[in-house]
Design a protein around this ligand. Structure first.
Ligand code: GLU
Length: 430
């Protein structure tokens, strides 16, 4: 079953009608360059052996090394990882990073594992894919349910395998191991740059908006936190177990503190508690958050959240996609008919990989910059590329997702054309 992937590449259709590319570009972008499935044996704390299935997909490497995170989630499948690798390819091109796209994942619920079991699984995954990765060919990073601690173990395992330090093999590492201060907040911060740019273009006062955020992991939390610090009002927050609402606005830092302190530790890396245990506010189910009467809905959880089934019930006027693929193509059409503006994932959530690029470049150069300078560079990239997408949408009278794809796929096509095509060779000119 390739349901998510088929839907993901169906987005290319309308884009290719708008730009002049060789049919070879379409052929090359329609399937991944390399997909690997590995089975990782892990010794559990009770002495038993469990085998975990993992994947790594390198989708396209024309513009540079494959780049993309590693996800730990029970629903991880080759279909999902391939779709995510495709989105990474487009995303890296939309913000003009010298990367192709890749993605990895392990089908596991990490909340059921101890800290040591997670460490053994993380190291086992790197042993399984070590021949595929490296700073020049494929550079992993964190994604859903993985974090800097896990990236640190993975970088260390890789160093042991190749018998030298190669910090540029993986990004999102702890600062002590060559990571970038501010990398953790970069996805949320980057999305806010894009959102802010859009609001100022439309002359909308940020303080006038009621915002709900679905997903209170790394990206959703930092987006909500930085938004509130900048005078936005976040009225709804949810995670996989439930949500809370307050028309006066919520304090994301307090909610996170509550979530963290109420947790029952199983793996110590993960919080088992939920935002819905925050007692003082109105409670919502995770589905209700999507249908809440707000102005802006921020999707920061997983793919396929707004579908043909629930799109009609979305009441927000604007959707900000921080997760990868949270709105299906059918839902996109329904939202468009309702006049809802969607700020697309391949632009909005590119702040994480942009910070990863700074980390990778620092690791390879051996020169390290300060956090303020990096935050400034992140803002420049995100706002600059957002403006290009918004200009394109205006010029061509197309929606923002199509405009982002026109920009990204256009850049990938330029690189493919530069390597030579049948049309080029048929012309007989050097
Ligand atoms: N997992 C993040 C994403 O989906 C970051 C990837 C990276 O830094 O390579 O964009």
């Amino acid at each position: 079953m390739k349901k998510t992937f088929d839907a993901a590449i169906s987005r290319l259709g309308p884009v290719l009608d708008l730009i002049d590319v060789s049919p070879e570009v379409v052929a090359r972008l329609s399937s991944p360059s390399l997909s690997v499935t590995v089975n990782i044996p892990v010794r559990m704390d009770d002495g038993s052996l469990r085998i975990f299935e993992g994947h790594r997909v390198q989708y396209d490497m024309t513009r540079g090394p494959a780049k993309g995170g590693i996800r730990f989630h029970p629903d991880v499948s080759l279909d999902e990882v391939t779709s995510l690798a495709f989105w990474m390819t487009v995303k890296c091109a939309v913000v003009d990073l010298p990367f192709g796209g890749g993605k990895g994942g392990i089908a596991v619920d990490p909340r059921g594992l101890s800290r040591l079991e997670i460490e053994r699984l993380s190291r086992g995954y790197i042993r399984a894919i070590a021949d595929l990765i490296g700073p020049e060919n494929d550079v992993p990073a964190p994604d859903v349910n993985t974090n800097e601690t896990i990236m640190g173990w993975m970088a260390d395992e890789y160093a042991q395998i190749v018998r030298r330090k190669v910090p540029g093999v993986i990004t999102g590492k702890p600062v002590a191991l060559g990571g970038l201060p501010g990398r953790e907040a970069a996805t949320g911060r980057g999305a806010l740059h894009v959102f802010g740019e859009w609001l100022s273009r439309q002359a909308i006062d940020p303080g006038s908006l009621r915002i709900a955020v679905q997903g209170f992991g790394n990206a959703g939390y930092h987006f909500a936190r930085i938004a509130v610090e900048n005078g936005f009002r976040v009225v709804g927050l949810s995670d996989s177990r439930g949500g809370i609402y307050s028309s006066d606005g919520l304090d994301p830092v307090k909610v996170m503190h509550h979530k963290q302190t109420r947790r029952e530790l199983k793996a110590m890396l993960y919080c088992d508690s939920s935002v819905c245990e925050e007692a003082e506010h109105e409670k919502l189910s995770p589905e209700q958050v999507l249908e809440q009467d707000v102005d802006v809905l921020v999707l920061a959880a997983l793919e396929n959240q707004i579908t043909a089934e629930n799109a009609e019930r979305v009441r927000a006027r604007m959707v900000v996609e921080i997760a990868n693929g949270p709105v299906t193509p059918e839902a996109d059409r329904i939202l468009a008919d309702k006049g809802v503006t969607v700020l697309p994932d391949v632009l909005c959530n590119a702040g994480g990989v942009t910070a990863s690029y700074f980390e990778w470049a620092q690791n390879r150069a051996g020169i390290y910059g300060d956090e303020a300078r990096l935050a400034e560079r992140l803002g420049k990239v995100m706002e600059g590329q957002a403006r290009r997408v918004f200009d394109l949408a205006e010029d061509k009278q197309i929606d923002l997702r199509t405009a982002a794809y026109v920009l990204g796929v256009g850049r990938i096509a330029d690189a493919m054309h530069a390597t030579g095509t049948a049309e080029f060779f048929a012309n007989g000119t050097p």
